[in-house]
Write a protein that binds this ligand. Structure first.
Ligand code: BES
Ligand code: MN
Ligand code: ZN
Length: 488
């Protein structure tokens, strides 16, 4: 998808499809000389938030999409949340229309100041990109390529619109990578595949280096927890590290860590059959952090970023870990594995300890960690845990701005004793109660050396039967933009 910004008069903009707000529709209709058609359509449709009225015209623009609420219901400028809903609906319509390009008239949405234009442009461009995403790598008959090539925003404020287009493009590049990785089947997308995809990020870019820690190196580093997960699998684990040096030399990096279980059978604590296919998405955390790396590179964000993908497959092979096995983590703490299906925390804990060497400004880990997170929050918000209030607020604010919400959960000391072990330092499960919280408690014991946020995205990273959502990459990217802007 190409993103463009335009200025000038709605009546003279060359486009196949024009998107305007309901309150501006009659003015635009007059400018285009199609008052009668637009009046008829508006009379026949009730305007509501998230509603789209379509007008088919004889000449360019051949489609006019009128979005949003009736003027009488919405005398004041709508909220950004309303605009997001309106644009999501319009984007769905655009993706199914036979048009080569679409233009969204921002000024008609009563975009106020510069930051409002910026935000609305971001929302409009992202909505169309999201609606047009397809994953068809494994269709033997290639679907005809989408006709839609370009989406533009029309506004008299060019500077914020251009900035928004650049950011939207970078994020979309990252999202395409994250979604594609998530949607790949697990017989193809194993840890080595993830490593190969990550290596592409470094190609021909002097500021980016990609290193891969193999199982031999993991053993040398003492990553007994990480290695315990991959033991039952024939495909080797990889810890993949993307180093991006685009910030001030010597500035502490932000470190992102993603759970990359390319398939989670549960191991010896084998999962039930129904729905097990969803566990190909158990590497969506890793996909999101690699997507964040891609977006940071494409958007040339002035920041030092390290993205770590902790990739392994959880299988019940003859060498697999048994419930009651005890392993020693890289931190020196011992873990009693009471459930081999609580494997995510086992790869993440060693990745967290490994991250200490980078002296991070902040560490954010992302994981499809627990079914309990899905029970608690469903698909509307990712769960956020933190050992640092400022970092928690920064990530939560980023999620709000991006329309990719997170909700902070408690990490009180009282929950910690649920994972104290009789035979080792820690057990890897805490019982039925508060499962997402006790999983976070486990990770917190490996995150004492830096400000840290954990995002449990089990309910948000994918939609069962539909595919990867790319979440929480929009929130991460927003956080990184803010962190980078502090660097000028
Ligand atoms: N990958 C799963 C969590 C998951 C569940 C992700 C549903 C997406 C949708 C994780 O490895 C897991 O199996 N967690 C267990 C932990 C339990 C054994 C303590 C769970 O949530 O049941
Ligand atoms: Mn599991
Ligand atoms: Zn898992």
């Amino acid at each position: 998808m190409r993103y463009a910004t335009r200025t000038g008069n709605v009546a003279s903009v060359a486009t196949d499809c024009l998107v305007v707000a309901r309150r501006a529709a009659s003015g635009v209709a007059a400018a285009l000389g199609v008052e009668e058609q637009v009046r008829l359509v508006l009379e026949g449709t009730k305007g509501r938030v998230g509603g789209v009225a379509r007008v088919y015209l004889a000449k360019r623009p051949s489609r006019l999409l009128i979005i949003g609420a009736d003027a009488k219901d919405n005398g004041s400028a709508g909220s950004l949340a309303d605009f997001r809903r309106d644009m999501t609906a319009a984007a769905g319509a655009i993706a199914n229309l036979d048009v080569r390009d679409a233009t969204v008239c921002l000024d008609d949405f009563e975009a106020g100041d510069e930051s409002d234009v910026y935000r609305k442009a971001r929302i409009a461009l992202a909505a169309v990109a999201h609606a047009s995403y397809r994953f068809s790598a494994y269709k033997s008959k290639k679907p005809t390529p989408a006709k839609l090539r370009q989406v533009a925003v029309l506004t008299c404020r060019r500077a914020p619109a251009r900035r928004a287009a650049a950011h939207a493009q970078a994020l979309d590049d990252g999202l395409a990578l994250a979604k594609d990785l998530g949607n790949q089947p697990p017989n193809v997308c194993n840890p080595s595949f993830v490593a190969r995809e990550a290596r592409k990020l470094g190609r021909g870019n002097a500021n980016v280096t990609v290193s891969v820690i193999d199982e031999r190196k993991m053993a040398e580093l003492g990553m007994g927890a990480f290695l315990s997960v991959t033991r039952g699998s024939a495909t080797p684990a990889k810890m993949i590290i993307v180093h991006i040096k685009q910030g001030t030399k010597g500035d502490k990096p932000v470190v992102l860590i993603g759970k990359g279980i390319t398939f989670d059978t549960g191991g010896i604590n084998l999962k039930a059959g129904a729905g097990m296919e969803e566990m190909k998405f158990d590497m969506c955390g890793a996909a999101a952090v690699l997507g964040a790396a891609k977006a940071t590179i494409e958007g040339e964000l002035p920041i030092n970023l390290i993205a770590i993908a902790a990739a392994a497959e959880n299988m019940p092979g003859s060498q697999a870990s048994r419930p009651s096995d005890i392993v020693t983590t890289m931190s020196g703490q011992t873990v009693e594995i009471l459930n081999t299906d609580a494997e995510g925390r086992l790869v993440l804990c060693d990745a967290l300890t490994y991250a200490e060497r980078f002296k991070p400004a902040a560490v954010i880990d992302v994981a499809t960690l627990t079914g309990a997170q899905v029970v608690a929050l469903g698909s509307h918000a990712s769960a956020l845990y933190a050992n640092d209030d400022d970092l928690a607020d920064a990530v939560a604010d980023a999620g709000d701005a991006a329309g990719d919400r997170v909700w902070r959960m408690p990490l009180w000391d009282e929950y910690q004793k649920a994972i104290d072990s009789t035979f080792a330092d820690i057990k890897n499960v805490g019982g039925r109660a508060a499962g997402s919280i006790t999983a976070a408690c486990f990770l917190s014991r490996f995150s004492k050396a830096f400000p840290w946020v954990h995002l449990d995205v089990a309910g948000t990273a994918y939609v069962a039967g539909r595919g990867s959502s790319g979440r929480p990459l929009p929130a991460l990217f927003e956080y990184l933009l803010k962190a980078a802007s502090a660097n000028g």
